[in-house]
Write a protein that binds this ligand. Structure first.
Ligand code: FRU
Length: 485
């Protein structure tokens, strides 16, 4: 079947129920499907959207194209949770029912305002010549999850191209601000554009955020600003960034900058630091973060990359979201840790210290390890019996190095961008790893969240073994994880 433009943009109501049911069954029954991470009900998902706290619960949406593993006509799909681990599927969150979002409801954010959830997102409209207008839309969701009163807030100003999207709504000092990804018309460079409003109706452009002297490539997607432990953190996705400006491995990186503060009126970060990669593995993109009423900042990422094919495309579904992480700062670096409630889905705890961790672990577990200093070895996950096929973590706690290697872990992904990812550690130190595996997703938290390596892998699900290549000095715990969705 060929994915023509016409087919990708076919209105949802023109698809028949049998096709959709078949697609849902394919996604649900795939051996690669995640069981305790948010994943597609059918088709393709990408960015997390509208991550917020409203009416006593956390709300999280994702970009969804329900009819296949392609970036077709996008809508928002809605989930709700009280602990950010157990999620309730609430179905289609934003329907495509106005001129302004006729060609897709792209990414955006949400926050509680006066007893309703205010949602701000990019609606795409295309004319008969397929020329796109990106409208920034405001909508209101009530406590019954009904979205109404969609209004166009503003569209791209004259100096910005059609690449103008992903608004994050922020309130500070009784003023609303929105930041958006933008490309200027003159130089075709990527920026974060800052807007301001007192009433959510009348909006004024303040200008591009001044946060670096470097050229950020040709576009910035999904900018986010959160306050973390007294500082300001900007999380964003530059496209076409020169690797001399900041090193990265994936097709497009997800980066962050820490600053002392932000001067909104002058759209400027105060004392910004340098660019850092948010994740050191593969496939993390479009991370969305928000400041929750409990005082913490939380984030969640798309685990998938634009312009990239994945093995499950053949099963007509693609991608997933990361688990939700809590954010903190330590020595001017972001610390990312699993939300505490993740421990509530652990079961069958086992203490471990042998070379073979488990013959039957399968691929839905958490593994916590403390590996003593001065050793080097390979930990094989999702391995077959003789360990010739596995997802590998190679570590050296003498010189300080950790490598996640998916070269021998089954079906291949984005090999042109490399099959391993390496980080440095402080030499001669014990290494703490908290590893989450969910069928085709791995998340490795290093030394209590100082670094995180995330990635997809597509191993034979009968490869159930976890083992070290050699007998080394370590302690640890292994849990199976409950299925949540
Ligand atoms: C990032 C992105 C956003 C856009 C959305 C469309 O992955 O390209 O910029 O709003 O995905 O699905």
């Amino acid at each position: 079947m060929e994915w023509t433009r016409e087919k990708r943009y076919l209105p949802y109501q023109d698809w028949d129920a049998d096709t959709l049911m078949h697609l849902q069954a394919q996604a649900a029954n795939s051996p690669y499907q995640m069981r305790y991470h948010l994943h597609p009900i059918s088709g393709l998902i990408n960015d997390p959207n509208g991550f917020s706290y409203f009416d006593g619960a956390y709300h999280l949406f994702y970009q969804s194209y329900p009819f296949g593993a392609v970036h077709g006509l996008k809508s928002w799909w809605h989930f709700k949770s009280t602990d950010m681990v157990h999620w309730e599927n609430l179905g289609l969150g934003i329907e495509l029912d106005t001129m302004a979002d006729s060609h897709g409801a792209y990414s955006g954010s949400a926050r509680e305002i006066d007893g309703k959830l205010f949602i701000m997102y990019t609606g795409n409209h295309r004319d008969e010549n397929w020329v796109r207008t990106p409208y920034q839309i405001g909508a209101w969701m009530d406590k019954n999850n009904k979205v109404s009163d969609k209004t166009i807030l503003f569209k791209n100003p004259d100096h910005i191209t059609e690449h103008f999207r992903d608004p994050q709504i922020i309130k500070e000092n009784d003023t609303y601000y929105a930041i958006l990804g933008a490309q200027d018309k003159k130089e075709k460079h990527g920026h974060i554009d800052v807007w301001k409003s007192q009433d959510l109706k009348n909006w004024e452009e303040l200008g591009f955020l001044d946060f670096t002297n470097e050229d950020m490539g040709y576009m910035i997607e999904c900018p986010n600003i959160v306050r973390v432990d007294g500082k300001v953190v900007v999380i964003f996705c530059p496209q076409g960034l020169d690797k001399k400006v900041a090193a990265y491995d994936d097709i497009y990186p997800n980066m962050y900058v820490i600053a002392d503060d932000i001067d909104w009126e002058n759209h400027k970060l105060i004392n910004p630091g340098k660019l850092h990669n948010l994740d050191h593995g593969f496939d993390v993109y479009a991370t969305q973060a928000f400041n929750a009423p409990d005082g913490n900042a939380y984030e969640v990422s798309w685990v998938g990359l634009p312009d990239t094919t994945y093995p499950t495309d053949d099963e007509n579904w693609a991608n997933c979201l990361s688990q939700v992480k809590e954010l903190h700062l330590k020595s001017d670096k972001l610390i990312q840790t699993p939300v505490k409630a993740i421990s509530s889905i652990r079961k069958n705890e086992a203490s471990i210290s042998n070379q073979v961790v488990s013959d039957q672990a399968g691929q839905q577990f958490e593994l916590e390890l403390t590996i003593k200093a001065n050793q080097s070895d390979t930990l094989h996950l999702a391995a077959n019996n003789d360990l010739s096929n596995s997802l590998q973590l190679n570590f050296d706690t003498k010189n300080g190095k950790l490598v996640l290697d998916r070269a021998h872990a089954g079906q291949k992904v984005a090999v042109d961008y490399g099959e391993s990812r390496a980080i440095t550690l402080s030499p001669n130190h014990d290494l703490k790893l908290d590893i989450f595996v969910d069928h085709s997703l791995i998340e490795v938290f290093v030394n209590d969240g100082e670094k995180v390596l995330t990635g997809r892998y597509f191993a034979d699900q009968t490869n159930k073994k976890i083992a070290f290549a050699q007998d080394i000095d370590y302690t640890g715990k292994l849990w199976q994880m409950q299925t949540i969705l």
